[in-house]
Design a protein around this ligand. Structure first.
Ligand SMILES: C[S@@+](CC[C@H](N)C(=O)[O-])C[C@H]1O[C@@H](n2cnc3c(N)ncnc32)[C@H](O)[C@@H]1O
Length: 243
């Protein structure tokens, strides 16, 4: 998958710069009420996902948790959560606003080996946090997910779609097919074929995949209808099962 490019197509942004960018975004003062209001219901939109979640009694990993929008929702529904991010400010917000014994925070970069033993988790989520990586890094990350999930464990995630209006020509520097350096960060966009290649049939079963349009920030997610508006954010919401 993916054509390789010359050296001038190499990434120029360091991991420190990327984390600092997220620190700046997450350092805006917030509170638990504002965090709660931003939850968009994605974990309940599909019956199968909601059911799997309800049945999960072990701690859930929230990868790239940000200020803890999903973490808060999960905790308020009785789950234990390990909220992970590489932004110190994000994790500070989680600690400050969700001081609950059911929440643990953990700082690590998803580009590296995950700091967990094998076959520990039944349920992992990543809401708009695994679309920042090169093909090789994405493959490594998915390999790590596979390693730490139990057999039949679920990974539920939301990623940028290639139908996103931010996708394509003129949007920064193309580093690889569907992978760009843009405005101080890197962004990957997925289509159905690339998702099915990354989460290959030998190791994963797709329980569902759905392309959605997000209106506004992340308040409302609706079924994709057309792609004519320039300000649309189009994402895939997916649930895969480790075979
Ligand atoms: C768009 S935000 C999503 C936050 C949260 N999941 C939500 O839905 O509100 C992406 C998050 O991924 C985190 N992130 C980006 N790259 C990361 C990396 N390499 N390792 C760990 N976290 C990362 C960012 O710090 C940020 O909090």
């Amino acid at each position: 998958m993916g054509e390789r490019f010359d050296d001038d197509r190499k990434e120029t942004i360091t991991e420190e710069q990327k984390a600092a960018r997220w620190d700046a975004i997450h350092s805006r003062v917030t509170n638990v009420e504002k965090i709660r209001q931003q939850y968009d219901g994605w974990l309940e939109t599909d019956e199968r996902l909601a059911k799997q979640l309800e049945q999960c009694k072990t701690p859930i990993l929230d990868l790239g948790c940000g200020i803890g929008i999903d973490t808060l929702h999960l905790v308020e529904n009785g789950h234990r959560v390990i909220a992970c991010d590489f932004s110190t400010e994000a994790l500070n917000q989680v600690k400050q606003n969700i001081p609950n014994e059911k929440v643990k925070v953990l700082k690590f970069n998803m580009k590296e080996k995950f700091p967990f033993g094998s076959e520990l988790f039944e349920f992992i989520i990543a809401n708009k946090s695994i679309h920042y990586f090169s093909e090789k890094e994405t493959k490594n990350l998915i390999h790590e997910l596979y390693r730490i999930l139990k057999t039949n464990g679920i990974f539920a995630f939301v990623v940028n779609s290639t139908n996103d209006s931010n996708f394509g020509a003129g949007q920064g520097k193309m580093l690889e097919e569907n992978f760009y350096e843009v405005r101080g960060t890197t962004k990957r966009f997925f289509d159905e074929e690339s998702l099915k290649n990354f989460f290959d049939n030998e190791h994963w079963e797709f329980i569902y995949m759905k392309e959605d349009e997000i209106q506004g920030d992340r308040i409302k997610t609706i079924q994709l209808q057309n792609n004519s508006d320039n300000n649309k954010k189009i994402t895939w919401t997916c649930m895969v099962r480790k075979k």
